[in-house]
Design a protein around this ligand. Structure first.
Ligand code: URA
Length: 438
C-alpha cells in the first residue's frame, strides 16, 4: 500500500477540503468491503465527506467502486431491453408493484432489487410479502432465470450485490451522515447499477413525507444521480414528484397491494396513476420501445385495458411462490380485525393530509418498523383516504383505519384526526409532477 493510501492520510485530505483520487476512493470502499479499515476510520471519512462534499469525478469514482464492491449481475444474455425505476421513498408509494408488470407487458424486462421500509417510509419488499407465500429472497441465478421466463423479478438485496453499501449505510445511520448527496448517490446507484439494467428512471420525492423536504434539495439530488449514472454510460432520467400527502388512498402493506391490483385493473386512484404513467413513459422511451411520450402512454394504457399487465403480475406472484388467487380476489389478502371509519366533524374541503402524520399512524398500527429488526403486521394501515382538494360532507368518511389492536386503533385515530384538515373555502389540488432531469 502506498503511504498516501493509509486511511488516516485519506481522511486528513478530505478533512482539509482536498479532492480524493480514484485510488484513494477505491482504497476506502475496499476497506469497507474487506474489513481492513476500522469502523472509526470509515466513519471519520464519511463525516469528512458529509462536511466537505465530493465533486462530480469523485462521485463517479465512489459510485463505480461501490458498484464493483460485489457482483454486477450480467443480464446480457436476455434479449429484451432491461429497465428499472427507483423511488427515493415516501408514504403510500406502491408504484413499483404495478409499474413493473406494466413495463414487462410492454416488452421491457424489469430486474428490480428493492429494500424494506424503515421509519416513516414503506418498502416494496414488505408490501410484496403481504401476499401469502411471496418469496423475495431469490438467488442471483433464480433471479436471472425468472427474468428470462417472466420478464420481471422483484427481489431483496443479496449479499453479493454492493456489499460496501451494506457496511457504509449501517455506519451512516448511526453517525448522522445519511443526508449527504454524494453518499446517497453512491448508495442508490451502486445497488441499482449492479442489477444488470440498461436504463434507469428515478422518482425523486420532496415534501413532508419525503427524505428531501424541499424541491431545491430534491433537484440537487436528482441532478447528481442523473449526471453520475449518465457518466457511467447508463441512460438515466429523474422526475421530481411531490410527497406532502400520501400517494393514492392506501398506506399499509396488504392495503397497498390491493391498491396496486386496482391500478392494474384500470381502477387505480388518479394521483397514483399520474406518477405511474410519468415514470413508466420515460422507461419505455429510454428503453427505446417507444419513440414518443404519446406512443409510450398508448402502450401502457393498452397493457392495462388488455389485461396483459394484470396477467404479468399474476405470473410474477406465482413465479415467486405467492398465492396468485389474491390477484383476482384481493379480499384474500391479510385482513385486520377492526376496520373503522374516521368521519368528518363538519363539511368542507380537504386542505391537508399530512403524509408524515399518516405514516406515523400506520407505524403505530404496526404497518412499519422503528428498528430494522422489528416485525410488521401486513394487514393494518389506512385506506379510503381523502385527497387534498376534495369536498367532504359532515359525517362522511375521511379514511378507514385497519387495526389489530384496540389501543393502537385509538392512537391512530387521534393522529389521523389532526393529520387531515378541512377548511371552508375550495382548495386546488396540488401539483404532483415537477421538473424532469436528464
Ligand atoms: N436510500 C439508499 O439506498 N441509500 C441512501 O443513502 C439513501 C436512501
Amino acid at each position: 500500500m502506498s503511504s498516501t493510501l493509509f486511511p488516516q492520510h485519506i481522511i486528513a485530505k478530505k478533512r482539509d477540503g482536498g479532492v480524493l483520487t480514484g485510488d484513494e476512493i477505491r482504497a476506502f470502499v475496499a476497506g469497507a468491503t474487506d474489513g481492513s479499515w476500522a469502523d472509526y476510520q470509515l466513519s471519520a471519512l464519511l463525516m469528512a465527506i458529509f462536511l466537505r462534499g465530493m465533486n462530480r469525478e469523485e462521485m463517479s469514482a465512489y459510485t463505480e467502486a461501490m458498484m464493483h464492491s460485489g457482483v454486477v449481475a450480467d443480464l446480457s444474455a436476455l434479449a429484451m431491453p432491461k429497465a428499472d425505476k427507483h423511488s427515493t421513498g415516501g408514504v403510500g408509494d406502491k408504484v413499483s408493484l404495478h409499474l413493473a408488470p406494466m413495463i414487462a407487458a410492454c416488452g421491457v424486462a424489469v430486474p428490480m432489487i428493492s429494500g424494506r421500509g424503515l421509519g416513516h417510509s414503506g418498502g416494496t419488499l414488505d408490501k410484496l410479502e403481504a401476499i401469502p407465500g411471496f418469496n423475495v429472497n431469490l438467488s442471483l441465478e433464480d433471479y436471472r432465470a425468472q427474468l428470462d421466463r417472466v420478464g420481471v423479478a422483484l427481489i431483496g438485496q443479496t449479499k453479493e450485490l454492493a456489499p460496501a453499501d451494506k457496511k457504509l449505510y449501517a455506519l451512516r445511520d448511526v453517525t448522522a451522515t445519511v443526508e449527504c448527496i454524494p453518499l446517497i448517490c453512491g448508495s442508490i446507484l451502486s445497488k441499482k447499477l449492479a442489477e444488470g439494467i440498461d436504463v434507469l428512471v428515478l422518482d425523486v420525492k420532496f415534501g413532508r413525507g419525503a427524505f428531501m423536504k424541499d424541491e431545491t434539495a430534491a433537484r440537487e439530488l436528482a441532478e447528481a444521480l442523473v449526471s453520475t449514472a449518465t457518466a457511467m454510460n447508463k441512460p438515466t432520467r429523474a422526475i421530481i414528484t411531490a410527497m406532502d400527502q400520501p400517494l393514492g388512498r392506501a398506506v399499509g402493506n396488504a392495503l397497498e397491494v390491493a391498491e396496486s391490483i386496482a391500478c392494474l385493473r384500470g381502477e387505480g386512484p388518479a394521483n397514483t396513476m399520474e406518477v405511474t404513467f410519468a415514470l413508466a413513459e420515460q422507461m419505455l422511451l429510454l428503453a427505446k420501445v417507444a419513440d414518443t411520450k404519446e406512443e409510450a402512454r398508448a402502450k401502457l394504457e393498452k397493457s392495462i385495458s388488455s389485461g396483459a399487465a394484470l396477467a404479468k403480475f399474476r405470473d410474477l406472484v406465482a413465479a415467486q411462490g405467492g398465492d396468485a388467487n389474491v390477484v383476482d380476489d384481493p379480499a384474500q389478502l391479510p385482513q385486520a380485525k377492526h376496520q373503522v371509519a374516521l368521519t368528518a366533524a363538519q363539511s368542507g374541503y380537504v386542505a391537508e393530509v399530512d403524509a408524515m402524520e399518516v405514516a406515523l399512524a400506520a407505524l403505530r398500527l404496526g404497518a412499519g418498523r422503528a428498528k430494522a429488526e422489528d416485525a410488521i403486521d401486513p394487514a393494518v394501515g389506512v385506506s379510503d383516504l381523502v385527497k387534498v382538494g376534495e369536498r367532504v360532507e359532515a359525517d362522511s368518511r375521511l379514511c378507514t383505519i385497519h387495526a389489530n389492536d384496540e389501543s393502537a386503533l385509538a392512537e391512530a385515530k387521534t393522529i389521523l384526526s389532526t393529520a387531515i384538515s378541512l377548511i371552508e373555502k375550495p382548495v386546488t389540488a396540488p401539483r404532483l409532477i415537477g421538473k424532469m432531469i436528464g
